[in-house]
Design a protein around this ligand. Structure first.
Ligand code: C5P
Length: 309
């Protein structure tokens, strides 16, 4: 009997989440310029969607729509494009494969929520299925780390402790669901610029560990205890570059959030609420007060990059 031919799906759609750093403890730069970190990542329900469609040529093309898409390049400067090219060069260099990538952005661009890394993670997963690449999750993780420090977490999702430059991950126990209000800003902040200012301010942490009590609060599912332990070492550098963010942080606390923090290298600010209904109230007050460009309610943890169609 002839072996049945299993058709390769000509189109794969992947959803991928943004992240919030609940803790970002940052040391002095290493020899390669990167900063050693202890980062507690939570994936949240603000997502991009990447659709990969098989094409008849060996071309990689990219189109983007949605939140801030017009600001982004659609050639090899785009991390999602580079992800597809790296996957092909590593696993299937001689098969003449190409792809049309379409990215629908919901994650703010240059917002400190790893939107570019999320797209790279989604492109890796989508193209590996589309091209029927024989790569296991560890191999995708390794390629992800080559593309950017936050790409491996976008593949993994959930809650994890990141060390090294953020790419070495250990999943952590998390109970319950945490409700956040994120306030997006008009203009992005450059991650390298924020790290440089951090160095200039001489703020390097000596001990690279998550804040005391944070992992216990997450394991217990206690948002109030978690709120007391949120820590972002890059916040001072982001506020130095964007003093207006201090007003945003004040506004969130006044609106009833348990705590507020700059997300990653900013300028997005994330406010933890006691529960979903409090998050909706806080978001309503911030919107009414005209704080930021856009206010969104999100929840975490959510899964990492996953196929949805
Ligand atoms: O790894 P990724 O390309 O996402 O990092 C973007 C920039 O952020 C790096 O070029 C570097 O300037 C800075 N960075 C850092 N230390 C890290 C992660 C990122 O200095 N651990």
């Amino acid at each position: 009997m002839a072996t049945p031919i299993v058709p390769v799906s000509p189109r794969v759609r992947v959803r991928v989440p943004a992240k919030i750093n609940l803790a970002l403890v940052v040391g002095a730069p290493r020899g390669d310029g990167y900063h050693p970190l202890a980062s507690v990542f939570q994936a949240v329900s603000l997502c991009d969607e990447v659709t990969a469609t098989l094409v008849d040529s060996d071309e990689i093309t990219l189109a983007m729509t949605g939140e801030g898409a017009e600001e982004l390049p659609v050639d090899e400067r785009n991390l999602a494009y580079r992800a597809a090219a790296l996957l092909r060069d590593t696993f299937v260099p001689d098969e003449g494969l190409g792809v049309q990538l379409e990215i629908r952005k919901g994650i703010p661009v240059a917002g400190g929520m790893a939107g570019g890394s999320a797209d790279a993670a989604a492109a890796l997963l989508a193209c590996s299925v589309l091209w029927d690449v024989d790569a296991d999750p560890d191999e995708l993780h390794e390629l992800g780390a080559e593309l950017g420090s936050d790409v491996p977490f976008a593949l993994l999702g959930g809650l994890a402790l990141g060390t090294g430059r953020g790419e070495q991950l250990v999943p952590c126990l998390s109970r319950g669901r945490y409700h956040w209000v994120v306030v997006l800003s008009d203009e992005g902040l450059s991650t390298p610029a924020v790290f440089r200012r951090y160095d200039q301010l001489g703020l390097a942490a000596r001990t690279l560990e998550p804040p005391a009590g944070m992992l216990a609060a997450l394991a217990a599912g206690d948002p109030r205890a978690l709120a007391a332990t949120l820590r972002n070492d890059l916040q001072a550098a982001a506020l130095d570059l964007r003093p207006d963010l201090a007003d945003t942080l004040d506004a969130g606390r006044e609106a009833g959030a348990l705590a507020g923090i700059v997300s990653g290298s900013g300028p997005t600010c994330a406010f933890l609420a006691a529960d979903e209904s409090d998050a909706v109230d806080v978001a309503g007050r911030l919107t009414a007060a005209g704080v930021g460009r856009l206010v969104r309610v999100v929840a975490g943890p959510v899964p990492g990059a996953r196929i949805v169609g």
